[in-house]
Design a protein around this ligand. Structure first.
Ligand code: C6P
Length: 420
């Protein structure tokens, strides 16, 4: 936003009108146990603005039909809406063409697709797959299954106590047997933002493709797949204010073209006889069966919503809020932050002395505060820190400093309960 001041043009800092934004999310007005809801479990799933809810119900009310199959008006309309969402998704991540955007159920399915298809095409006995110590189970287990099937080896990039990856060790792990690197852009239990562009450049020196798990990145900042150099980029719509049921696999066309189909069924074929099947063009070859049409349309509306706020404004607002939360939580006696990464977004994990996270989570719920307590589907991260679980507060652009203050006040209550 530019403002004329005399002869000088000042660039105003992008901001978010959080009160107005909160009115766009109907659920934020509700109470839990008689207290105003403080929703700090955004890394598990974010809340949905009215625009997304309306896009989903609008589709069912006025355009419901299957896509790519009918000549009738509703099917044409549904196809336009579904493919329109694909174009919005392409623009969001700056993919070169919509053929590179495969809709999946979520990040998990996107990673399984690559582990299965890429694995079948490229991974042989004795080969290696590199992941990192801070991966979500969704970016561990599919590769483990692949390695078991193919007779390949899983190698793991270690991390520092701070929750930063050891890039020196990463370099050493890559070799002529490495077939793929799969790594999180942002760690869901620590909030670490990994130096993905650098990690991709290092892998590409050896012609090794990289899959980035962007599930916890896209809700907070813009990920430009071409600027990053990513070969595959996976994310979930429901963590970025869209509905559950629609996720995304970005894949570079040159690579996607070489992969065998993932699932067989309707829409992924060009022709079928009992002797032979030929396959549809990209991206449909990787979308067997009726997709979650409404969810994809809802994801398109979520992208529009985030675009209207502006990624600079989202980043600036959340950056300040999370810094405030880190300061506030780390100054509570008995509270220890788990992970102090150099660059963090969205997530603060912590333990409270003498209180199991599940107990803390339940007491906080009675105060109307939703956090996640558990291993966050990152059990190896918990093992690394020697804890069974953590409390995790995770933020979105509709959260406020007042909500952080309520969390801090409620943690004091938790400590009181356990003292007595
Ligand atoms: N993390 C959390 O509370 P799905 O379930 O497919 O939408 O996303 C899986 C996934 C993959 N990678 C990362 C980095 C993630 O954070 C998640 C989901 C949620 O942290 C639910 S376990």
């Amino acid at each position: 936003m530019e403002r004329e001041t005399g002869t000088m043009t000042r660039i105003a800092k992008p901001t978010i009108d959080v009160a107005a934004v909160r009115r766009d999310f109907p659920i934020l007005a509700r109470e839990v146990h008689g207290k105003p809801l403080v929703y700090l479990d955004n890394a598990a799933t974010s809340q949905k603005p009215r625009a997304v809810i309306d896009a989903v119900s609008g589709y069912y009310e006025s355009a419901n039909a299957n896509v790519h199959r009918g000549v009738h008006t509703l099917s044409v309309l549904a196809t336009e809406m579904y493919e329109g969402a694909r174009e919005k998704t392409r623009a969001l991540v700056n993919a070169a063409e919509t053929a590179e955007i495969v809709f999946t159920r979520g990040t998990t399915e996107a990673i399984n697709l690559v582990a299965s298809s890429f694995g079948q095409a490229r991974v042989r006995p004795g080969d290696e797959v590199v992941i990192s110590a801070m991966e979500h189970h969704s970016n561990i287990v599919p590769w483990q299954l692949l390695c078991q099937r193919a007779g390949a080896k899983l190698r793991v990039v270690p991390m520092e106590k701070s929750g930063d990856l050891r890039l020196d060790e990463y370099r050493k792990l890559l070799n002529e047997r490495t077939r793929i690197v799969a790594v999180a852009h942002v760690c869901n239990s620590l909030g670490t933002v990994n130096p993905i562009a650098e990690m991709i450049a290092i892998a590409h020196e050896r012609d090794i493709p990289v899959l980035v798990d962007g599930a916890q990145a896209v809700p907070h900042f813009r990920a430009d797949v071409r600027a990053l150099g990513a070969d595959f980029y996976a994310f979930s719509g429901h963590k970025m204010f869209g509905p559950t049921g629609a996720g995304v696999l970005y894949a570079r066309r040159a690579l996607l073209e070489t992969l065998p189909p993932y699932q067989g069924g309707g829409d992924m074929i060009a022709s079928v006889t009992f002797e032979k099947t030929t396959y549809n063009v990209l991206p449909h070859r990787f979308e067997a069966g009726t997709p979650d049409i409404a969810a994809a349309i809802g994801l398109g509306a979520a992208i529009d919503y985030m675009d209207a706020l502006g990624s600079d404004a989202i980043e600036a607002y959340e950056g300040e809020l999370v810094a405030y939360a880190v300061d506030a939580l780390s100054s509570i006696p008995g509270v220890t932050l788990v992970g102090t990464p150099k660059h963090r977004v969205g997530v603060v994990s912590f333990t409270i002395e003498g209180v199991h996270p599940h107990d803390a989570g339940m007491i906080l719920d009675h105060e109307g505060i939703a956090i996640r307590a558990g291993h966050h589907c990152t059990q190896p991260v918990m093992d690394f820190y020697g804890v069974p679980a953590t409390n995790r507060a995770s933020f979105a652009f509709y959260n406020t400093r007042d909500e952080v203050d309520r969390l801090v006040g409620a943690i004091a209550k938790v400590r009181e309960v356990f003292k007595s």
